[in-house]
Design a protein around this ligand. Structure first.
Ligand SMILES: [Zn+2]
Ligand SMILES: [Zn+2]
Length: 274
C-alpha cells in the first residue's frame, strides 16, 4: 500500500473513532449516568442537562465551521507578488501558491496558512478555520472530562458497593477479563470502558489545545514550527488577532463567522528573517 493509502486508512479510522466515541460517550452519559446520579435532586439533573446541551452545541457548531471554512487555495490565475515568497506546487499542476500555503495529500489541495491535517475531523486546519478548531478542541476536552466526572460518580453510586470494587477492578484489562468470565455485568463494564474513552479523548484534546494555543502565541503554524520558520512572528496581541480576528474571547461562547480573520490568507508581510 502506498504512503497516501496508509494515510487515507488512518484518516478513515480516526473519523470512525470520533463518531463512535461521541455516540457512546453522549448516549451513556446523558441517558444512563446522568439520570441515575441526579435522580434524588431533579434541579441538579436539569442544571447538568443544560450545561451538557451547551457543550454539545459548541462542539457541533465549531465542527461545522471547521469543515465549512477550509481554506483551499484555488485561484491559479492570481499573479504572484515578486517581493513575497511564492512557490510552485507540483501536485497542483505546478501552479504558484502564496507564502504559508502548503499542499495536503489527503485534501488534494493547497491550503492557505496550513497548520496541519486533522484526521479526526477530516479537515485541513489553516487560515480561516484554525480558530474554530481551537475552540472545538477546548470544548472536546471540557466535554470529555465532564463526562468522565459524571460517569465516575455513576460507577461509584451504582456499582462500587454492589461488586465490592477495589482500584484493581478499574484497570481496563482486568475489567475485560472479569466481564468475560462473568464476574461483572455488561453495564458496569461499559461504564468503565466509556470512562477510559473519555479520559483518552479528553486528555489528548487538552494536549492538542495547549499545543495550538502555543502556536498562536508564537505567531507560527505547526508546519512552520517543524521547519524552523519564524518569518511571520509578531507581538502576542497581533498573533492572536491574526488567528481569531477581533473579540477573540467571544469565540469561546459562540462561533462568530461574522467576525472576519484579518487579511486574505494570500499576502503576508514578512516581519523578520531568521
Ligand atoms: Zn497543491
Ligand atoms: Zn488536508
Amino acid at each position: 500500500m502506498s504512503p497516501t493509502g496508509i494515510l487515507k486508512c488512518l484518516n478513515f479510522g480516526a473519523v470512525l473513532y470520533t463518531i463512535a466515541a461521541y455516540i457512546l460517550i453522549g448516549v451513556f452519559t446523558l441517558f444512563v449516568a446522568l439520570p441515575e446520579i441526579s435522580k434524588d435532586v431533579p434541579a441538579l439533573y436539569w442544571e447538568r442537562m443544560i450545561w451538557s446541551s451547551f457543550l454539545i452545541f459548541s462542539l457541533v457548531a465549531n465542527l461545522c465551521y471547521i469543515r465549512r471554512k477550509r481554506s483551499f487555495f484555488h485561484d491559479a490565475n492570481i499573479t504572484p507578488v515578486a517581493s513575497t515568497r511564492w512557490q510552485r506546487c507540483l501536485d497542483c499542476n505546478n501552479q504558484p501558491v502564496p507564502p504559508r500555503a502548503h499542499h495536503c495529500v489527503l485534501c488534494k489541495k493547497c491550503i492557505l496558512r496550513r497548520d496541519h491535517h486533522c484526521y479526526f475531523t477530516f479537515s485541513c486546519i489553516g487560515f480561516e478555520n484554525q480558530r474554530y478548531f481551537i475552540v472545538y478542541v477546548f470544548y472536546c476536552s471540557v466535554s470529555c472530562l465532564y463526562a468522565l466526572y459524571l460517569i465516575s460518580c455513576y460507577i461509584q453510586k451504582a456499582y462500587s458497593d454492589m461488586y465490592s470494587m477495589t482500584y484493581v477492578d478499574y484497570i481496563l484489562p482486568i475489567t475485560v477479563i472479569e466481564w468475560t468470565l462473568g464476574y461483572l455485568e455488561f453495564q458496569p463494564f461499559m461504564a468503565i470502558f466509556i470512562a477510559y474513552l473519555c479520559a483518552i479523548t479528553g486528555f489528548s484534546s487538552v494536549g492538542i489545545f495547549l499545543w495550538q494555543s502555543y502556536m498562536v502565541l508564537l505567531g507560527t503554524t505547526t508546519h512552520e514550527y517543524s521547519s524552523n520558520v519564524w518569518t511571520y512572528r509578531k507581538d502576542i496581541q497581533t498573533n492572536i488577532y491574526t488567528v481569531f480576528g477581533a473579540c477573540w474571547p467571544l469565540h469561546f461562547l459562540v462561533p462568530l463567522p461574522c467576525v472576519r480573520v484579518p487579511g486574505d490568507g494570500i499576502m503576508w508581510r514578512v516581519e523578520k528573517h531568521v
